[in-house]
Design a protein around this ligand. Structure first.
Ligand code: BGC
Ligand code: NOJ
Length: 810
């Protein structure tokens, strides 16, 4: 069942009912100011950091769900309603929400009044614009009162949600004209305030929540709205809000436009005040002036749309498959931008206070984003590398505002360092900017202790070989990609975090997954060393990679698939010998991507086992059989009920690795089948089962052992976005950035006739047409570049112009 439809021409998902199976959200902003906004206008805004600089308040897991947001109310002669349906929930004669790239629109109509809202964050501006068009669609005069409402957060979202003894006494606002300024703590150490304004005279306002809503009401029935009059309340402590009352007279057919701005301003210390106790409002006023008229809004909106057209033009596909085009050209790159910006911090499943930027997460996110804005990927790589330690180990996360690493969610994940190599090589292949390797980057943000980025990659590589176990396989540390395989933790205390509890010393737990990663990413490292003429280092690395390959084949293969790990005591995990968790998905993907066991036929056997034991209609589960009891030596993985999360859920992030692995052995049909199973556009028809947004990936879909098989959770912030984008764009459609040029190596379903990819790469534009007259999965038979036949399958770097590339498979 569907709850809307894709409008590809406008690059929008159109939601036709407010009662979606879960709030279906969108993100506003992609630079410094961000908003989360649901299809009923729930959500919140923040500046840079969802935890430390929260602008509006949001209560997670509230009843009913998705409560609180940027709300508008209409009081039409006593009939109170909202055009976004929530919070009032009065029936609408028409409702529509369109989520587009960086903006959302809402239309609601009732009893002859139609409200149309456009919400977006203009480029280069630290503010959300909410433009409302209010129209009288009846044939009598209308005299309505429109109310706005937002609730300010006292900046640090964690403190705001817990420290009431202080916070109920600190709230302060200023009101000037139609603008309400939130200035809690500005008097002391803060140099920033927020504001909410409207470009029309207000009849009245409220800034104290209890005055506006009434202590015993909910958002759906504020006193001021019901009574038809705000009280001009001035917040003093408690909960500062901003609510405007605008009275509107409309003749039949008449429309009025109101422009609301929710903004954030920082003032330098010497410019904080206009006069004693009066904040300097000039920067806020400049923003308001820019959007005083609809022309200002239209212009900024056009700019936003044009920017997205340009970002998306870096990779576009024309194929016969409408859903595939939609994923590749619109929604997957869009989600890659969002995951790049948010890492795992703020969504409707990530509270914005739990996690910041993940070391491994952000390195992977940038793989899917680097072709959009390489300069931002560059900055990110340097930020991430600066949180690494001299021995190659890393903080698992850092806060975007401070860029400092912290151990809040644990440390010592032995896969982390390797992801930095992969992120960096992807960046250099995309840009040719080898210069980044010479950048001086601190260890642990200590400016007195720096090394070149290349050194950082080297210590990353070495970190693995300095931490090998008895089988010559990498020690796992806290855990590897799978946070929940905690082989050294042995936790028996309820509620204790598996991520931060001290590990038991003296174990020998090894990870076959990290071994596979080491081979795959080690090969990347070797190629890079050769590119920059570090032959000796390349040779040294080659020896280590070869050793690892051998170790995996000797000790990491279980007859029909790759083992997952050895535990603390040296017992096998992910082996046929185990009663539960006999086979895991992750090593099958990464070992084969690293080329291990391909010649020997082990890879094919392993992928056969994946299909046989792990596959379902909705995607491939992480492990099988699911764990049915708690295994103290395995940790968090065995805490989840069967079929959810890392215990045999379809943990989407790793499904693309299987699709990539399938291309390694040339099976394009199966690779595409694996790709499609979790790609949201293909799941639109089962939105009632899937529940989360049909335009973005979710982290997890309940697996075959789960009560709710097929139900997704944790939409938006998942490495799946980057990985399924790479899988389809590079491994299946086969357009791979490389040092020497664009490599063309498709591995597609045999029945495909062909397709065209337009790729912007290092300053030139390539129109690459792939024809498959002989219906093969793989193999470039002939390649013409600008009409001339070339040897091999790499398009040379042209650095400018438009080039036609004709590729025939066979
Ligand atoms: C989740 C992971 C997360 C980890 C650490 C696990 O329960 O499944 O996605 O990374 O906790 O917070
Ligand atoms: C989510 C985390 O963000 C990611 O880093 C991890 O790899 C997966 N969970 C699997 O545990």
């Amino acid at each position: 069942m569907r709850f809307g439809y894709f409008d590809d021409a406008n690059r929008e998902y159109v939601i036709t009912t407010p009662q979606t199976p879960y709030p279906w959200i969108n993100y506003l902003g992609s630079e410094e100011f961000f908003g989360l906004i649901s299809n009923t206008s729930g959500g919140y805004a923040f500046y840079k950091d969802a935890r430390l600089r929260r602008i509006t308040r949001f209560r997670y897991n509230s009843v009913p769900i998705d409560n609180g947001g940027r709300y508008f109310y209409i009081n039409d002669g006593g009939d109170v309603w909202s055009h976004t349906w929530k919070p009032v929930k009065k029936d609408l004669t028409f409702y529509e929400c369109r989520h587009g790239l960086g903006y959302s629109t809402f239309i609601g109509e009732r009893n002859g009044v139609r409200v149309e809202q456009l919400a977006f964050v203009p480029k280069g501006v630290n503010a959300e614009v909410h433009r409302l068009k209010v129209k009288n669609t009846s044939n009598t005069n209308k005299s309505i009162k429109l109310f706005s409402f937002i609730e300010f957060c006292l900046w640090d979202a964690q403190d705001d949600a817990t420290n009431f003894q202080r916070n109920f006494s600190t709230g302060e606002v200023e009101i000037q004209g139609s603008a309400i300024y939130h200035k809690t703590e500005y008097k002391e150490r803060r140099n920033h305030y927020a504001f909410y304004s409207v470009n029309a005279p207000v009849a009245a306002y409220d800034t104290d929540r209890d005055a506006f809503i009434g202590l015993y009401n909910g958002f759906e029935a504020p006193d001021s709205v019901r009574e038809g009059a705000c009280k001009n309340s001035v917040a003093s402590g408690w909960s500062p809000i901003a609510a405007h009352q605008v009275n509107i007279e409309l003749a039949p057919g008449e429309e009025k436009i109101l422009i609301f701005i929710l903004g954030y301003v920082e003032n330098p210390d010497e410019e904080k005040w206009e006069s004693k106790g009066v904040i300097n409002k000039a920067p806020a006023q400049a923003i308001m002036e820019r959007f005083e008229t609809n022309e200002g809004v239209e212009e900024a909106f056009k700019e936003l749309k044009a920017n997205w057209s340009s970002l998306l033009s870096h990779y576009t596909l024309q194929s016969d498959d409408e859903k595939l085009n939609r994923m590749v050209n619109i929604w997957n790159p869009y989600q890659c931008m969002v995951t790049f910006n948010m890492s795992r911090s703020a969504s409707y499943f990530e509270s914005g206070i739990g996690r910041g930027m993940g070391f491994r997460d952000s390195n992977q996110d940038l793989l899917g984003f680097v072709h959009q804005i390489p300069e931002r990927a560059r900055e990110r790589i340097l930020d991430i590398a600066a949180t690494q330690f001299e021995d190659g180990s890393c903080y698992h996360q850092y806060q975007p505002l401070t860029k400092k690493g912290n151990n809040d969610i644990g440390s010592g994940f032995n896969d982390d360092p390797l992801w930095l190599i992969l992120g960096t090589t992807a960046y250099i292949k995309e840009t040719g900017d080898f210069g980044i390797l010479e950048e001086k980057v601190p260890f642990d943000n200590d400016e007195k202790n720096t090394a070149s980025l290349f050194e950082h990659l080297k210590v990353s590589f070495n970190h693995v070989i300095n931490h090998l176990g008895p089988h010559g396989l990498p020690l796992i540390g806290r855990a590897d990609w799978n946070d929940c395989l905690n082989l050294n933790c042995f936790s028996t205390t309820p509620g204790e975090s598996f991520q931060t509890t001290e590990n038991q010393a003296g174990g020998v737990a090894e990870s076959v997954f990290i071994a596979g990663m080491f081979v795959y990413i080690g090969n990347e490292y070797i190629t890079l060393c050769k590119e920059i003429g570090y032959e000796e280092e390349a040779n040294r690395a080659q020896v280590e990679v070869d050793k690892m390959k051998k170790a995996v084949i000797e000790h990491g293969y279980d007859g029909e698939w790759f083992l997952r790990a050895y535990d603390f005591y040296g017992n096998k995990i992910g082996s046929n010998e185990n009663e539960e968790g006999k086979i895991f998905i992750e090593p099958q993907g990464f070992c084969i991507m690293g080329g291990i066991g391909v010649e020997e036929g082990l890879a094919e056997k392993a992928l056969h086992s994946v299909a046989e034991r792990l596959d379902t209609a909705y995607g491939i589960v992480l492990n099988n059989p699911a764990f049915t009891k708690y295994y103290v030596e395995m940790g968090e993985i065995s805490t989840y009920p069967q079929g959810y999360k890392e215990n045999a859920g379809i943990f989407c992030h790793n499904n693309p690795w299987i699709a990539c692995a399938e291309t390694v052995i040339g099976r394009g049909d199966r690779a595409f089948e694996v790709y499609k199973k979790i790609a949201p556009a293909y799941l639109e028809d089962i939105s009632d089962i899937h529940k989360t947004e049909p335009y973005v990936y979710s982290q997890m879909i309940a697996g075959k052992d789960a009560v709710r098989h097929g139900e997704a959770k944790n939409s938006w912030l998942t490495g799946t976005a980057a990985w399924n984008f790479i899988t389809i764009s590079q491994w299946i459609l086969g357009i791979k950035p490389d040092y020497k040029g664009l490599k063309v190596d498709p591995c597609i379903p045999a029945d495909w006739k062909g397709y065209t990819v337009t790729r912007e790469f290092k300053g030139a534009l390539y129109e690459i047409t792939i024809s498959n007259p002989h219906h093969v999965c793989r193999g470039v038979k002939e390649m013409l570049v600008d009409g001339k036949k070339i040897e091999g399958n790499t398009i040379p770097n042209f650095t400018e112009g438009t080039h036609k590339v004709e590729v025939t498979l066979g």
